[in-house]
Design a binder for this molecule. Structure first.
Ligand SMILES: CCCCCCCCCCCCCCCC(=O)SCCNC(=O)CCNC(=O)[C@H](O)C(C)(C)COP(=O)(O)OP(=O)(O)OC[C@H]1O[C@@H](n2cnc3c(N)ncnc32)[C@H](O)[C@@H]1OP(=O)(O)O
Ligand SMILES: NC(=O)C1=CN([C@@H]2O[C@H](COP(=O)(O)OP(=O)(O)OC[C@H]3O[C@@H](n4cnc5c(N)ncnc54)[C@H](OP(=O)(O)O)[C@@H]3O)[C@@H](O)[C@H]2O)C=CC1
Length: 520
């Protein structure tokens, strides 16, 4: 049986979303583990004042590509950027580029999407559904296409508790929705969005479900595979542990906890925290590309790429074990710079307890800090930061307070098809994943690669934590003295206790002094 790397040798691959988190890891892994791949065509748009070329050359300088750079300093020659804006008709690809792509592409990996939970429905539909439709049309014109791999999400059907590796009927026929929304202005669409998304929490999961349906409609014409990852986190092993480049999902939570901003969060202790490392997802994606092209399954194969059913890890464990132990101790050993308070976060499933801690540990310190900023002539900012944090956490809570069960038989089937060598090179066996170790590397990764903090500045960050600890002790002592003074002024009994304690202290001191004079 030919290995995965043998299969990709001499192949031209088209990747959308290559500048994103997962896309970059896909590009890197293909270049590193399939060095004979012919060319990687990546659809890129100019963004934030940067041209397409600038963006691609910046991307290739990223630390993620260090290992590839070592193996092959000329790796950039294999990357061919194609200018494209996926929300435009024809994906805004020039006729010359269309000709080039249709003539040479063998495999398509469609990663691009908007993953924002608060995306207006029209935009999410444009990017996640209509762009997918357009890409499928382009794929049908490709003369040598062997496989089309679509990246979906395990939460596309989060309105169900048990999710099989099948494409469920869509909430609405995508074509009808596209036609209806076309004539509606943004205000009307905003008003009807909650009714449309119904039992899904956001436009993201809703449009990803519609996209799966759009992909399925092409199943007679193309060889298609759909990958459904759960919550994608930092890399486990490759190209090095802990690589991550965004604030999404758990990363933002870890950073906010490490900065001492996030002190409380709501999660269901018994629910599975279905994190999956990005390198696992990418290894499975490449293996699925190989399998789809070589074995040409009759219908679309869906791969639920999750950990819950294989190596479960619960929010409660994260709360007790990870937050209290690993995340906090990792961040105390390797503190983030300029922390607001010492890291100390707790997970609770109780709404009222969470609200209490939000008031005491979030809003009250923010208010005091903003008062200090105002008094020192600076602009208050802490309350604004906390309001944004609460909005973000509120959007994530849907996923951390419920439980899903994914069937992942196709993942096991795919593993059984790999040669022993490929099973190592394209490892997606999550049974071997050691969660505490993974989370520790994840936390360090957020410090190094998301916040770009220098590990040599750790002593200064520790010093800052010590200063915060002293501020807290001083503040608590002053608060206690103040409360006690108020209490004493109002109660005779409190005064009596106070005089009794003070006289006891004096007696103890005089005894101590007398006995030390005797021994001298
Ligand atoms: C203990 C363990 C518990 C873990 C508990 C996790 C539960 C985890 C459940 C996830 C469940 C996913 C399940 C579906 C998985 C998918 O299928 S897809 C991937 C999931 N998608 C996401 O996670 C995206 C969610 N995020 C969003 O939708 C938006 O970011 C939000 C939450 C609406 C916030 O929007 P916003 O206020 O406009 O802020 P945003 O534009 O994101 O960021 C503004 C700036 O702040 C920065 N920033 C953002 N966050 C931070 C931060 N924490 N610190 C510093 N700066 C930050 C950004 O970099 C950005 O900077 P600029 O680019 O402007 O310079
Ligand atoms: N991250 C996660 O936890 C999970 C992700 N997924 C799925 O994986 C895929 C990749 O996600 P991830 O890498 O995290 O997402 P990112 O947000 O990091 O990347 C999205 C990519 O899509 C591109 N893109 C977005 N809009 C456009 C546009 N209008 N025209 C051209 N390109 C565009 C972005 O390009 P640009 O750089 O120009 O913005 C970027 O390359 C998505 O399909 C997502 O649904 C599934 C489950 C979990």
């Amino acid at each position: 049986m030919a290995s995965i790397a043998d299969y990709y040798a001499g192949k031209s691959v088209l990747i959308t979303g290559a500048t994103g988190f997962m896309g970059k890891v896909l590009v890197e892994k293909l270049l590193r583990s399939c060095p004979e791949v012919k060319a990687l065509y990546i659809l890129v748009r100019p963004k934030a004042g940067q041209s397409m070329q600038q963006r691609v050359s910046d991307m290739m300088k990223c630390k993620l590509f260090d290992r590839v750079r070592e193996d092959n300093p000329d790796f950039h020659q294999k990357i061919i950027p194609i200018s494209s804006e996926l929300t435009q008709p024809g994906l805004a690809i020039s006729p010359e580029d269309v000709e080039k792509l249709t003539a040479c592409i063998n495999i398509v990996f469609h990663c691009a999407a908007t993953i924002r939970f608060d995306e207006p429905l029209k935009h999410a539909l444009q990017l996640n559904v209509i762009a997918t439709q357009q890409l499928l049309s382009l794929a049908q014109q490709m003369h040598h296409l062997e496989a089309f791999i679509h990246i979906s999400t395990a939460y596309a059907n989060c309105n169900r508790r048990h999710i099989d590796e099948v494409i469920y009927p869509p909430p609405v026929e995508p074509k009808k929705l596209i036609e209806s929304l076309e004539w509606m202005d943004d205000g009307i669409v905003r008003d009807i969005t909650p009714r449309l998304i119904s039992d899904r929490p956001n436009t993201y999961t809703y449009t990803k479900a519609l996209a799966e349906c759009v992909v399925q409609q092409e199943q007679g014409k193309l060889n298609i595979g759909i990958i459904r990852p759960s919550i994608v986190g930092a890399s486990w092993q490759e190209p090095f542990p802990g690589w991550i480049d965004n604030f999404n999902g758990p990363s933002g939570v870890f950073i906010a906890a490490g900065k001492g901003i996030l002190r409380t969060m709501r999660a269901n202790n018994d629910a599975v925290a279905d994190l999956i490392p990005v390198d696992v997802v990418i290894n499975l994606t490449l293996a699925a590309g190989w399998y789809t092209a070589v074995h040409r399954p009759k219908s679309v194969l869906v791969y639920n790429c999750t950990t819950g059913g294989i190596n479960p890890f619960h929010w409660g464990e994260i709360g007790r074990y990870i937050i209290c132990h690993h995340v906090m101790s990792t961040f105390k050993r390797n503190p983030l710079e300029q922390a607001f308070r010492r890291p100390n976060a707790n997970i609770t499933s109780n709404y009222l307890i969470n609200q209490y801690w939000i008031l005491v540990s979030h809003k009250f310190p923010a208010l005091i800090y903003d008062l200090y900023l105002r008094l020192s002539g600076q602009k208050p900012q802490m309350m604004r930061i906390f309001n944004r944090l609460h909005k973000a956490i509120g959007l994530l809570e849907y996923f951390s307070s419920q439980d899903w069960e994914w069937n992942s038989e196709n993942m096991s089937m795919l593993m059984s098809q790999l040669t022993p060598e490929d099973r190592k090179t394209f490892n997606f066996d999550v049974r071997q994943l050691n969660w505490p170790e993974y989370i520790e590397n994840y936390c360090i990764g957020t410090k190094k690669y998301v916040l770009n903090e220098d590990m040599s500045d750790i002593p200064a960050a520790r010093q800052h934590l010590r200063k915060l600890r002293n501020i807290r002790y001083t503040f608590n002592t002053l608060l206690l003295v103040f409360i006690w003074r108020v209490f004493i002024a109002r109660s005779q009994m409190a005064r009596n206790i106070w005089y009794f304690v003070v006289s006891l202290c004096f007696k103890f001191l005089s005894y101590f002094r007398a006995s030390s004079t005797l021994t001298n």
